[in-house]
Design a binder for this molecule. Sequence first.
Ligand code: ATP
Length: 361
Amino acid sequence: MALLELRNVTRRFGSLEAVKEVSLAVEAGEFFTLLGPSGCGKTTILRMIAGFDAPDQGDILLDGLSLSGVPPEQRPLHTVFQSYALFPHMSVAGNVAFPLEMAGRSRDEIKRRVAETLALVHLEDKGSAYPHELSGGQKQRVALARGLVNKPRLLLLDEPLGALDAKLREEMQIELIALQREVGVTFIFVTHSQQEALALSHRIAVMRESRIEQLDEPDQLYTQPANRFVADFIGKINLIEVEIIAASKLRLSLRAAGLGEIAATDPRPLQAGERGAFALRPELIRVYGSKEAADLKNRFEGHVRELLYLGDVTLYKVELTNGVRIEALMPNAAPGRAKFHEVGDPVSVCWRHDAGVYLRN
Ligand code: ATP
């Protein structure tokens, strides 16, 4: 049985449906992420799980039992916010001890549990410091410690790394993964950063406009997006408008406006005449000098219109002879060579027949 289940949950604010018929199940021990653009309903879902808000329709269950009518303080969970929400007049140890004091634990137990939890987040020597004496990353670790000290079944995290700079954010991501693995507590994480979601999660629910568009493991979302929105929201992608010319077994022939025929692979039973988009990740496209040989079926001529040299890789924006633009990301791996092509160079772009995904309209 799932630890937490949302069954057909809808929440309205006046005429606005902030969450619409959302169903999902989170397993015990999972790092589960709600990912989507601002305003898609992520925080509203988290608030309903926490009990600060309630569904208008549907139900939320923990261990198969409805949480309807259970007040927030009686739910075995804790929420960590982007703003940390630490008590400024209390020391670090005081902040972490607070949930245990509320629960009426003994002094000895509080002392022991606070020390253990501060060690878990690498703040064992900061117990007597005050929040204003800490860096952003340290404050967030105190908030995490306060969230974990009472051993909740579920930890809800609302954009917890949102206030940190890029480098610290990456360090905290690595710490969060290790922390979740160590404590085994189920995490439900909210973010609008696709990079963060891919890096941290066991599974991700991608949301748009109050609904879940796709719920999958990170690599499945990246390589097998269910539709244009997911393909475009997760990472960079080329979306080419196509029509199916022929489909048999695994083989797919697509006609792209201005490009001619594209060879692709697809296990689904598809019909000739169907229209959709062909989604192709830039790192799966090779850019060759126009005279270099490449014996690939999907090969199209053009020239480099723009490029972004990024050190380890170069992003090439290639304009094909018929005006179609393709972005390709190539590693700069050749010794003694900064990049392979310059702006204006005639080139051809190629990809394997199994590199892209056909998305139905
Ligand atoms: P963000 O990433 O910006 O936090 P979000 O995906 O978490 O966005 P929510 O905060 O859940 O989105 O909001 C979903 C929609 O519901 C938004 O349009 C928001 O304005 C609206 N909304 C949320 N709470 C309320 C409220 N208490 N009253 C009225 N509208 C609300």
